[in-house]
Design a protein around this ligand. Structure first.
Ligand code: 3PY
Ligand code: MG
Length: 247
């Protein structure tokens, strides 16, 4: 899933549709830290599909139920958090595919609508992006990148900063970009995608310069928070002295 991505934290099909119509190359519904649950997932996937936006789901954990549920709902692939070893990466990928390739259980509730009715094969070959976001994952970088079935490594700068420096806010740090460059090289060597959550347009440009091609620019919740704060500040300045805050 190359290109610029949007990130859906809000469990609303309408907000997902807004994100899906913004021009992102793909959007990810975040079921690890976002608000979506089993009930809201399908209408959110439908809303993104309505706007022609390819859908990924960040699953809360790497297990058959979570990954199968996301793919059954029609996601094109999953992003699996906190992958620390090649074994875990291989296991995550195996949950994306039916036997004999993997261990996914059959029940493609929505996915079957886009695939031949009698097919037990993978719908559009679901992608499996595994997240490296701690020291252990970095230590096993090349083995994770080479694990069979892995479509790409997705870097989590906040958790990585937390693991390396005890600080989740060093997401624009130069040393993080140096680590990122190694991750991008390992992905290139393994012939898989390098992805990252950038958190803003200028950070997205930094990650792109060092070889990342799958870049989540920002999330709906962050856009709403920043835009609404900026708007209130701008309006207070513009209306200074005319309208005062209520006590
Ligand atoms: C992180 O930065 O840790 C992430 O998981 C981004 O979503
Ligand atoms: Mg994370």
């Amino acid at each position: 899933m190359n290109g610029l991505g949007g990130w859906c934290h809000v469990d609303s099909p309408y907000v997902a549709e807004v994100m899906g119509s913004a021009g992102f190359d793909w959007c990810c519904i975040d079921m690890q830290h976002g608000l979506a649950d089993r009930a809201s997932l399908v209408p959110m996937v439908q809303a993104l599909e309505l706007r022609g936006c390819p859908v990924l789901v960040r699953v809360p954990e790497s297990c058959d139920a979570a990954i199968g549920h996301a793919l059954d709902a029609g996601a094109h692939g999953v992003i699996v958090p906190m992958v620390t070893s090649a074994d875990r990466a291989r296991e995550a990928a195996s949950h994306c595919h039916y036997p004999p390739r993997g261990v996914r259980s059959f029940g493609p509730l929505r996915a079957k609508l886009a695939a031949p009715a009698d097919s037990a094969d993978d719908r559009l070959a679901p992608r499996c992006y595994v997240m490296i976001e701690d020291r252990a994952g970095l230590e096993n970088l090349s083995a994770i990148a080479a694990a069979p079935g892995v479509s790409g490594i997705f870097l989590g700068p906040a958790d990585l900063g937390l693991s390396l420096w005890g600080d989740p806010r060093r997401t624009h740090d130069e040393s993080l970009l140096e680590i990122g460059a190694e991750v991008a090289r390992a992905c290139q060597d393994a012939g898989i995608l390098a992805g990252v959550f950038a958190g803003g347009a200028s950070a997205a440009a930094d990650w792109s310069r060092i070889g990342f091609t799958m870049i989540a620019v920002d999330s709906d919740s962050s856009l709403l928070m920043h835009a609404s704060r900026a708007l209130v500040a701008e309006a207070r300045t513009a209306l200074a002295g005319v309208v005062t805050s209520t006590p």
